[in-house]
Design a protein around this ligand. Structure first.
Ligand SMILES: [Mg+2]
Length: 181
């Protein structure tokens, strides 16, 4: 799929997050549980770790989440494809976000889990949030941890994403999207 197809795919769906937090730590996980979320799909680079690194500062939080939710999976488009040091199961797919939900669902998610009971947590609109919207999942956007060593292709996409974010109503409520907890 080339960039033109990607854009056509993306502009045909809303891509704003349902909820927006400064970091993973600030996500109201207990409230997600209360509204019936059973499965968390975490992005890695700049959500749980720095770009292309494998260690996280959220180790304790992830251990707790694994007890609180039925499934906590890592779904990453990163070049690094080694087993995670995060203690999470990795959903490996032949395609990348935002196109790989059918594969993820078929191979990794409990069959009794409905799409609206799945929450995607990531730092990118065009991958993480589009994945959520295209498949009826909840999407939570976090601020990237550190973008200083990202490749130019990612930076270019971020420029567009930042423009979109600056021009929607989340700007007025920087830490709250459309989910009202
Ligand atoms: Mg990321």
């Amino acid at each position: 799929m080339n960039y033109l197809n990607l854009f056509q795919y993306i502009i045909s769906t809303p891509i704003y997050p349902h909820y927006y937090c400064a970091s993973v730590q600030e996500i109201p996980f207990q409230k997600l549980k209360q509204i019936g979320v059973k499965c968390l799909l975490f992005d890695r680079d700049n959500t749980l770790t720095r770009h292309l690194e494998t260690k996280t500062v959220y180790e304790d939080l992830l251990s707790k989440l694994k007890k609180d939710f039925n499934q906590v999976l890592l779904v990453s488009n990163s070049k690094i494809n080694e087993p995670t040091q995060l203690g999470l199961s990795v959903a490996r797919t032949t395609t990348k976000k935002p196109f790989n939900f059918q594969e993820i669902y078929k191979n990794y998610i409990d069959s009794n889990t409905k799409s609206h009971e799945i929450c995607v947590i990531g730092d990118r609109l065009f991958t993480d949030m589009v994945l959520a919207h295209k498949n009826g999942l909840i999407g939570i956007l976090v601020k990237p941890i550190d973008i200083s060593n990202e490749e130019s292709s990612i930076r270019t996409m971020r420029t567009i994403e930042n423009f979109i974010m600056r021009n929607n109503q989340l700007q007025k409520h920087p830490y709250h999207g459309f989910l009202n907890f």
